[in-house]
Design a protein around this ligand. Structure first.
Ligand code: MN
Ligand code: MN
Length: 337
């Protein structure tokens, strides 16, 4: 099962000038063949279908644990799309509904963002085609699945770079800059797994694709923070065998690969404003607020929402402090006891 936190994996910018055409392109990273729905569902199904885990525990854990990170990547792509679409329709001017969205006609948008959706992310690719389970490869053959996953991460980074080059919106840049780095970690992880099982040295293929990640400023800052060498363990107590596979030098930089116990406490989200022209969350959002305020009061909840938003509003719920030590460091300290 999955334990959910109301935080995101990296800091995302607040809404600025809307870019509905850019958002339509970013959809490829959500519901495209090489998008985050595909990585999430591929690793999720491979982990569900994994047989004889006792005999292959570190490889099972690698796939299952990366699946959990991919959920957070889908979330980040959705945040970017929602941010880019914010403000793309006019706010209610109090007049009878007429033609306030006709200006969208001239843009290379996905009309479903406005007609089927409420200016939010859709489970579709950049052509507006729905994501399909046919994008999931789960053969049951471990070497075949791992090789597929290496290829999937390679294609995913290829598409991320192209979307980076197509979109200059700050949300698209923050998104792709971060995902290029994290996708690189997953690529290295699957390459190591194939190498340890078969002896095939996939590290000779790096950089693959040939992306100068360190020259991209939005990626560089994550590399400077060491996020290109760390595999996060997405569980408080399970998946303790990742370091058996994720180890050795990074194939591009030579730095040591490391498993760390969690991705940190994450970042709060921006509370994106209502978009009444598309009924998100309603044509008259203030009525929903009134009802929610009354219900919260009746439930004895504090006046301020019990969540923190990126603008600092709200009140923080009490959090258990996350474990900071790496798996290796923890093993060392428990050995001393
Ligand atoms: Mn991903
Ligand atoms: Mn990945």
């Amino acid at each position: 099962m999955i334990h959910r936190l109301d935080r995101i994996l990296t800091e995302m910018p607040p809404p600025s000038d809307p870019d509905a055409a850019g958002a339509a392109r970013v959809q490829e990273l959500l519901g495209g063949k090489f998008g985050e729905m595909s990585t999430f569902m591929n690793y999720t199904f491979q982990s569900f279908n994994f047989r004889n885990k006792k005999a292959a525990r570190p490889f099972f854990e690698l796939i299952a644990n990366i699946a959990a990170e991919e959920f957070g990547h889908i979330e980040l792509v959705a945040v970017a799309i929602n941010t880019m679409l914010t403000g793309a329709t006019p706010t209610d001017d109090g007049k009878a509904p007429k033609d306030s969205m006709t200006q969208l006609r001239e843009m290379a948008i996905n009309p479903h963002h406005f007609i089927a959706g409420g200016q939010g992310a859709l489970c579709q690719d950049s052509r507006g085609l729905p994501w399909t389970g046919d994008n999931v490869f789960s053969s049951g053959d471990l070497v075949e699945d791992l090789t597929h996953n290496f290829f999937l991460e390679t294609g995913a980074r290829n598409n991320k770079l192209k979307v980076y080059e197509m979109c200059d919106h700050p949300a698209a840049r923050a998104l792709t800059g971060y995902l290029l780095v994290r996708g690189g970690v997953h690529q290295v992880a699957y390459a190591r797994a194939v190498e340890l099982l078969t002896g095939a040295d996939l590290s000779k293929m790096f950089p693959s694709p040939r992306i100068p990640t360190d020259k991209i400023p939005e990626s560089r800052k994550h590399m400077d923070a060491g996020r290109h060498t760390k595999l996060y363990r997405f569980s408080p107590n399970d998946y303790l065998e990742l370091a058996a596979v994720f180890n050795g030098p990074h194939p591009e930089t030579g730095e040591p690969l490391e498993v760390v116990d969690d991705p940190g406490e994450g970042f709060p989200l921006h509370d994106l404003p209502s978009q009444p022209a598309v009924f998100a969350p309603d044509y008259a959002p203030e009525e929903i607020k009134e009802i929610a305020d009354r219900l919260r009061k009746q439930a004895g909840l504090p006046d301020k929402p019990t969540a923190v938003y990126a603008d600092g509003n709200g009140s923080a719920p009490k959090r258990k402090s996350p474990a900071k030590k790496s798996t290796a460091a923890r093993k060392k300290s428990s050995a001393k006891k």
